[in-house]
Design a protein around this ligand. Structure first.
Ligand SMILES: Nc1ncnc2c1ncn2[C@@H]1O[C@H](COP(=O)(O)OP(=O)(O)OP(=O)(O)O)[C@@H](O)[C@H]1O
Ligand SMILES: N[C@@H](CCO)C(=O)O
Length: 291
């Protein structure tokens, strides 16, 4: 048997749609695998009742198939599904690392990224790697058609999750298909600023580079209370706020000693808008680990 702790992740970070991602130090899924003749899946934990155990519909089933590694797979969910914290990716990354080890496949973490991304195609219709890359490699990752680049970074974060779920599949439908040259120029500037901020572990630069007028406003419009929560986070000291992944989670970057105030401000703003929300005070963190 092999057991892996696989972290929550936040994709896009505003200016890096389908490209940027970070691993979070908490929450995480725990995935255990045992050799079997055919793949079976058992899910417990946060939101387990919304997650299919059919290998054709669960992200870990696609990973087991891609690695030709049938197994009994137990998933203890710490990352709530459809919340914007890479729940489906955490399980896929955990299963990829665990099955690679169990079956001695010898693949590197970088080589496991496209395999774990096949799980994402099962749930969202697109094999986007911007959650599975940080879930496997940790830190800040840039996933492109050419492969994945990653760096270690140390940035304080708050992730606030309203209860009402939004599926990635639905949230992809509202993304515009074209941008103007002005929007492209602004996006390049913001994305470059964010990358420098991650390299320097500088929350202020990361916050400035999270700005985005192309994708984020369309996703924010799907989240009840988003504007109030973002304003409240900034008033409480956040340097930048954006939609986490495809939402409804909201990600704020702030000085380390403002995380408590930012978390409380966002939860209160959502409550004022009739939404129950839970906030995690967290940091950028490492990738999946065998435990
Ligand atoms: N192992 C799994 N863990 C979580 N969700 C899964 C898993 N396998 C399949 N799913 C399905 O995937 C959907 C959740 O994935 P989705 O991509 O919408 O959200 P997310 O992974 O939490 O967030 P995001 O990708 O926006 O950060 C749910 O419909 C859930 O049933
Ligand atoms: N890049 C993906 C991430 C989903 O978590 C999206 O925004 O649809």
């Amino acid at each position: 048997m092999r057991t892996v702790r696989a972290p929550a992740t936040s994709a896009n970070l505003g200016s890096g749609y389908d490209t940027f991602g970070v691993a979070l130090s908490r929450p995480a899924d725990v995935v255990s695998v045992e050799r079997a003749d055919r793949t079976t899946i058992e899910v417990t934990g946060a939101g387990a009742q919304f997650i299919p155990e059919d290998p054709e519909k669960n992200t870990v089933g696609a990973v087991a198939r891609a690695l030709d590694a049938p197994a009994h797979i137990k998933i203890d969910k710490g990352v709530r599904p459809a919340s914007g914290l890479g729940s489906s990716a955490a399980s896929a990354a955990g299963a990829a690392l665990a099955l690679n080890d169990l079956y001695d496949r010898g693949l590197s973490r970088e080589e496991l990224v496209p395999i774990a991304a096949e799980g994402e195609a099962v749930v969202s219709g697109a094999a986007h790697a911007d959650n599975v890359a940080p879930a496997l490699l940790g830190g800040f990752t840039i996933a492109t058609a050419d492969g994945v680049r990653s760096i270690e970074t140390n940035v304080p974060l708050v992730a606030c999750l309203p209860e009402e779920p939004i599926s990635t599949r639905d949230a992809r439908e509202v993304v515009p298909t074209h941008v103007s040259i002005e929007e492209l120029v602004a996006t390049v500037g913001n994305a470059a600023t964010l990358s420098v901020g991650m390299c320097r572990s500088d929350p202020e630069l990361v916050g400035a580079g999270m700005a985005d007028e192309v994708v984020t406003p369309h996703r924010a419009a799907l989240i009840t209370g988003y504007d109030a929560a973002a304003d409240a986070a900034r008033e409480a000291g956040a340097h930048g706020v954006t939609v986490s992944g495809s939402g409804p989670g909201v990600l704020a970057v702030c000085p380390p000693d403002r995380r408590r105030a930012v978390a409380a401000a966002m939860v209160e703003a959502f409550a004022d808008n009739g939404e129950n929300a839970r906030a995690y005070r967290t940091w950028t963190g490492g990738g999946a680990e065998l435990v």
